[in-house]
Structure formats: structure tokens, C-alpha cells
Design a protein around this ligand. Structure first.
Ligand SMILES: Nc1ncnc2c1ncn2[C@@H]1O[C@H](COP(=O)(O)OP(=O)(O)O)[C@@H](O)[C@H]1O
Ligand SMILES: [Mg+2]
Length: 256
């Protein structure tokens, strides 16, 4: 991010710890900011976000992690694969999970045999509850820079009217500002209406897009692009990545 030498308004940047992402963002994510991470199912968004979370923990950040698509147990295993002592960090109060997925599973176990799926989800994804976690986290006295992760917000759109989801997203943006946090919200593309994808991207202060590479069966991966970030409205070039046992590996040379 270039700015004039006499521009003294310094914006806080949270390094991502991923060299290519730090390079194209000019040093990291602006803080506060809400980042939308978009891409089709299976493109590696959750994997990328777990790597980011690992790096943020190592930088001394505190995190609120909404587990919506996958249970917190799975996320924890992923973080432990990156050698994060999850229980210790949790007990220090630096990492908090809101395990919406497991709440849903529990609701299903408790529900009557004929309960409708939407009823189970209505009982699980209660916006007021979600917001109260966000608010409490935002107001909690400092334990390093704050990061909020929502993986993913897609089920909200499948569950309720778009208007309600946008109200929720907007209030989470307020929480992001109060906390001077970085919020990363994941949205699967090609699932909800394209107008909802666009509206979500427009609300965000930064947009990262992951695309699956087509035509390759044996290699898992795709291209990543930063569509815009902070006050830089220009899209980056695309960078290839591959999904490996060790995590996501980015190519440092842009796609031609
Ligand atoms: N350790 C691993 N090694 C290889 N592939 C993996 C590993 N973990 C997950 N994957 C695969 O990586 C792909 C991306 O997964 P994920 O990050 O969950 O995608 P998204 O969150 O975008 O839907 C999936 O196809 C998944 O099966
Ligand atoms: Mg995922």
C-alpha cells in the first residue's frame, strides 16, 4: 500500500505471515477491517484460514472462532497439526470457539424424530447469541490484536432472509471496529445467489478469492487473488496454490 510521504495517518496492519499475501496486501490486513474470503466448496478456504489463525496466534493475537461448517474439534486438530498448543492458548483466554456445528449436532440428537431440518438450524444459529459472543469479545480488555473468524457464513443465507443476514453482518462490522479487529468471513461461492455474493463482497473492506484449478484431478489447488484490500482498490495478480499434507503451498510467481 503506497501512500504519500507526508501522509502521517498510519493505518495498523496485521501481517498474515504468508509471504505472498503480505506482499500483495502491502504488509498485511488493515486493522480494523472485515475481510471476505470467497471461493467454491473445497477450494481450500478453511485450510487457508487455519494457517492464518496459526500465524496470528504466534503473533500474540487473541481470537474468536465461529465454527459453523465444521465442529471445533476438527478445527482444533487442524491447528494442532500446525503445532499450536490449542488447550494452553484456550486456557490463557486467547482463543475462544463458538461451536455452532456441535450445537446443531446436539440439537439433532435431542430433537423429536420428525423435527424439520430448518427447525434444528433455527434453534442453533440464533443471531442474538452469535452477536453476544462478538460483542463480549469486542469489549474484552486487550490481549493483543483481536481476530474474528467466521467459517462460514453461507448457512446463514440458506437459513433466513438476506436482509436479516446483512443486518447481522453489519453489526459484526461494528464489533470489528470497536475491537479494532480483523474479521475474516468465509462465503462459499456458487451456493447462494450471485447478488448475495456481490453484496457480501461490497460490504467487506478486503476481498480474497480462491478458485479451483479445473482439469486437474490429482493435484488439489487453484489460484488465489486479492481483489481489493483496505484503500487499495486494485486487484492483485493470481497466484497458484497447492493443497498438501503440510498445508497450502503458494507459488511466488503470478499466473501469466
Ligand atoms: N491434509 C490434507 N491433505 C490433502 N488435502 C486435504 C487435506 N486436508 C483437506 N484437504 C482437502 O483440501 C480441500 C480444501 O478443503 P477446505 O479448506 O475444507 O475447503 P473449503 O473450506 O474452501 O470448502 C478439500 O478437498 C479437502 O478434502
Ligand atoms: Mg470449509
Amino acid at each position: 500500500m503506497k501512500r504519500a510521504a507526508d501522509d502521517h495517518r498510519v493505518e495498523a496492519l496485521q501481517p498474515t505471515g504468508i509471504p505472498i499475501l503480505d506482499k500483495v496486501t502491502g504488509g498485511g490486513f488493515p486493522r480494523p477491517s472485515a475481510i471476505a474470503l470467497l471461493g467454491p466448496i473445497g477450494s481450500g478456504k478453511s485450510m487457508l484460514v487455519r494457517e492464518l489463525v496459526t500465524n496470528f496466534i504466534r503473533q500474540g493475537c487473541s481470537l474468536l472462532y465461529y465454527c459453523i461448517d465444521d465442529p471445533a474439534d476438527i478445527v482444533k486438530l487442524g491447528l494442532e497439526d500446525h503445532h499450536i498448543a490449542v488447550d494452553k492458548i484456550e486456557s490463557e483466554g486467547r482463543l475462544e470457539f463458538v461451536d455452532m456445528f456441535s450445537l446443531g449436532a446436539q440439537k439433532l440428537a435431542e430433537s423429536l424424530p420428525k423435527m424439520d431440518p430448518s427447525e434444528i438450524l433455527d434453534e442453533t444459529l440464533k443471531f442474538q447469541d452469535l452477536l453476544s459472543y462478538g460483542r463480549a469479545f469486542a469489549l474484552k480488555p486487550g490481549l493483543g490484536p483481536k481476530i474474528i473468524v467466521m467459517d462460514s457464513i453461507t448457512p446463514f443465507f440458506l437459513l433466513t432472509e438476506a436482509r436479516k443476514v446483512f443486518q447481522y453482518v453489519q453489526v459484526m462490522r461494528f464489533a470489528t471496529r470497536i475491537a479494532r479487529a480483523v474479521t475474516i468471513a468465509i462465503l462459499h461461492t456458487e451456493v447462494v445467489d450471485e447478488s448475495l455474493e456481490n453484496a457480501t463482497a461490497n460490504l467487506a473492506d478486503g476481498v480474497i478469492e480462491m478458485r479451483k484449478r479445473s482439469g486437474e484431478i490429482l493435484l488439489k489447488g487453484g489460484t488465489m487473488k486479492v481483489l481489493r484490500i483496505g484503500r487499495n482498490p486494485v486487484a492483485s495478480r493470481g497466484y497458484f496454490y497447492q493443497i498438501t499434507q503440510q498445508g497450502i503451498v503458494f507459488s511466488n510467481t503470478p499466473v501469466i
